[in-house]
Design a protein around this ligand. Structure first.
Ligand code: ASN
Length: 337
């Protein structure tokens, strides 16, 4: 009798960073009141025995923090570990468990700086594992399923939340109390159902293999800050951020990244002093900032963030500033990534 060819399982490494997916509450009724970043990676893996049917899974605790406290140094540390693993012949895919508050920032950062076509999936949960109807188990199962699938290669860093496969570039946390929290203005790339991925579209912005940025050549990230705009806004925050050493200020503007007349003179002065001014929008479902619409960007030498929300614009600005301080080059990068 001929031996049946054994299907080889993919090798997937789960890098744990904390967040609610590693959270614990006092009672099963605590879906919103709990402590994030409490449960270790071995316990998370043991909680989903079905993972072993998808892949040879091993875990590493890279850090244990709630993601609102993630720093630039944490990003670099995580990014470097991802790159080491991606270079390893016995790793086929990487999953990162992460708090959801800044998950979109980390996913976009990795999307820009990891030179690999191996799947990198960032995943979190909206409820701690101790809660009724906890969503972390299924999200993690889905993340490992996508990380072990050949179809996920070359699609940039991905996020699996609520059965959807989202582009790490586009996705954003839109609401903080529902499990259906992560959305992209341009729609998910696919769905993952019962461990199988179904794809519908591809990202068209530059990422990973096609990116000009490489974590291996980035020693540190420059100081880029965000100032939030609203009616009656003053220029105090902008000036203070510049004074504290910001190399670029992301204007989290109203509407089309519009700038209050109360702030325009300060932003012109800051630009003359060498600070890059990047107009973004804080509108909820996704901004769309165009050059020279609302403000004469050519005249003021400002940059527009196009569809990147302020927190993603901060990530690209930091990475871009490691290469150039030329505003035209920065603008090119904001169109291309
Ligand atoms: N749902 C979550 O993960 C929220 C938590 N504050 C975190 O980002 O770590």
């Amino acid at each position: 009798k001929e031996a049946q060819p054994q299907q080889k399982l993919a090798n997937v490494v789960i890098l744990a960073t904390g967040g609610t997916i590693a959270g614990a509450g006092a009672s099963a009724a605590n879906s919103a009141t709990y402590q994030a970043a409490k449960v270790g990676i071995e316990q998370l893996i043991a909680g989903v025995p079905e993972l072993s049917q998808l892949a040879n899974v091993r875990g590493e605790q890279v850090m244990q923090i709630a993601s609102e406290s993630i720093t630039n140094d944490n990003l670099l540390q995580l990014g470097r570990r991802v790159a080491e693993l991606a270079d390893s012949n016995d790793v086929d895919g990487i999953v990162i468990t992460h708090g959801t508050d800044t998950l979109e920032e980390t996913a976009y950062f990795l999307n820009l700086v990891e030179k690999t076509d191996k799947p990198i999936i960032v995943v979190g949960s909206m409820r701690p594992g101790t809660a009724m109807s906890a969503d972390g188990m299924l999200n993690l199962y889905n993340a490992v399923a996508v990380a072990s699938s050949k179809d996920a290669r070359g699609k940039g860093v991905l996020v699996t939340m609520n059965d959807e496969i989202q582009s790490g570039r586009d996705v954003s946390k839109m609401i903080n109390i529902k499990t259906e929290a992560f959305k992209s203005a341009w729609g998910p790339l696919g769905m993952v159902v019962e461990g199988k991925s179904y794809w519908f579209r591809l990202p068209s912005k530059r990422h990973t293999m096609d990116s000009e940025f490489d974590i291996k050549t980035i020693e540190s990230l420059p100081n880029v800050e965000i100032a939030y705009s609203y009616g009656n806004v003053s220029d105090t925050a902008y000036k203070a951020l510049a004074q504290s050493g910001a190399k670029a200020i992301i204007h989290a503007g109203t509407g089309n990244g519009s700038v209050s007349s109360r702030v325009v003179p300060a932003l012109q002065d800051l630009r003359k002093d060498g600070v890059q001014i990047i107009r973004s929008s804080h509108v909820n479902a996704g901004g769309f900032v165009l050059r020279n619409a609302e403000q004469p960007d050519d005249k003021y030498d400002w940059v527009v963030a196009h569809d990147l929300n302020p927190q993603k614009a901060r990530i690209l600005a930091m990475v871009a500033l490691t290469k150039t301080n030329d505003s035209k080059e920065l603008q090119r990068m904001f169109w291309e990534y």
